[in-house]
Design a binder for this molecule. Structure first.
Ligand code: ADP
Ligand code: MG
Length: 318
């Protein structure tokens, strides 16, 4: 199968058609027509085999996840996803693999009504690079830089599940049979908080998506906003599956330092606290207050008033 056939079979004329796409796959460039009064939000994420995903990841999950992680960046800015390009590097043409990859990719693309408008296909070690474009009304995008002393800190969803899912897949942890699928799916199929991000636009002072782990990602907000933070580890949202399989210390360690949750962390002034409840109910996502922004530049973790130090995550080999 030649490159153009591969594109034709698995990527062209698939998924969402959008009226703002003037010219899609097939020419030297795609042409899109952004709406008036909107800024274009652009982000790129690359997933490399054995660095960002295990070689045996199901192709469907990889297709889904490659786009989900990019959508998560748009969510963190409060942008509405619109178009994306796909740079695909593969060691060989494996048609069942491509069919399944394309299915996973377009499943999430259709859900968010976004269009694949171009890309590049090359031979080499397996990697997937997606550039996503979204739109946001000028001047309203959420950034990492707006958190103010006194703002409350919130996160969506539950934290740590994806990192535990990865450790199950690696054979580094075992969990109860009834929790295994949930945890692995949290790793393979993260839910980008796209609607929540848009709902937060006029309410939150800053936002970031949690890709590397809470403790590492919140520092980007603190640095950009020139503030410090206090987090109460008792408020960190943990799933029933995480709690059922780990000690409290281990569960908090996964939640604070585990990556790839793709939940949102955001800050809200006291004056907007009530409005957040109403706004996020419509986005259908759970969220919880975990701490407060303070003066300075430090991140402090507290547990019943005492300083808290997360344990380093241990691996169980068997
Ligand atoms: P060029 O040589 O100009 O880079 P290509 O032959 O690489 O053109 O691509 C032909 C068309 O197919 C272009 O419109 C390009 O955007 C699109 N395309 C290539 N690879 C992919 C892909 N993996 N997914 C979607 N579109 C692709
Ligand atoms: Mg090309």
């Amino acid at each position: 199968m030649k490159e153009f056939e591969l594109i034709e079979y698995y990527f062209r004329n698939k998924g969402q058609k959008r009226r703002d796409v003037e010219l899609s796959i097939g020419d030297d460039c795609a042409l899109v027509c952004p709406a008036d009064n909107k800024s274009i939000a652009i982000s790129c994420d690359t997933l490399v085999e054995n660095v960002h995903f295990l070689a045996d990841i199901p192709a469907h999950a990889l297709g889904y996840k490659s786009l989900a992680v990019n959508l998560s960046d748009l969510a963190a800015m409060g942008a509405e996803p619109a178009w994306f390009t796909l740079a695909l590097t593969l060691p060989s043409v494996d048609e069942p693999w491509l069919a399944s990859f394309s299915e996973g990719l377009f499943e999430i693309a259709e859900y968010y009504a976004i269009a694949l408008i171009g890309g590049d296909t090359t031979r080499g070690p397996r990697s997937i690079s997606i550039t996503i474009n979204g739109q946001v009304i000028k001047g309203t995008a959420l950034t990492r830089a707006g958190a103010k002393n006194g703002d409350w800190i919130y996160v969506t969803g539950t934290l740590g599940d994806s990192a535990l899912g990865l450790d199950i897949l690696r054979g580094a942890k075992t969990v109860k049979t009834e929790d295994k699928e949930f945890l692995i799916n949290r790793h393979y199929y993260p839910t980008p908080r796209v609607l929540a991000g848009q709902a937060l636009r006029s309410l939150a002072t800053s936002a970031i998506d949690l890709s590397d782990g809470l403790m590492s990602d919140i520092r980007h907000v603190l640095k950009a906003s020139k503030v410090g933070a206090i987090i109460d580890v008792n408020q960190i949202p943990l799933s029933a599956s995480l709690k059922a399989n780990l000690s409290r210390e281990d569960a908090l360690s996964y939640a604070l330092t585990g990556g790839e949750d793709y939940e949102l962390l955001f800050t809200v002034p006291e004056s907007q606290r009530g409005a957040i409840d109403t706004a996020l109910i419509h986005a259908g996502v759970k969220f919880v207050k975990i701490g407060q922004i303070c003066a300075g530049d430090k991140l402090k973790l507290i547990d019943d008033g005492k300083p808290f130090v997360p344990v380093s995550r241990s691996f169980e080999h068997f």
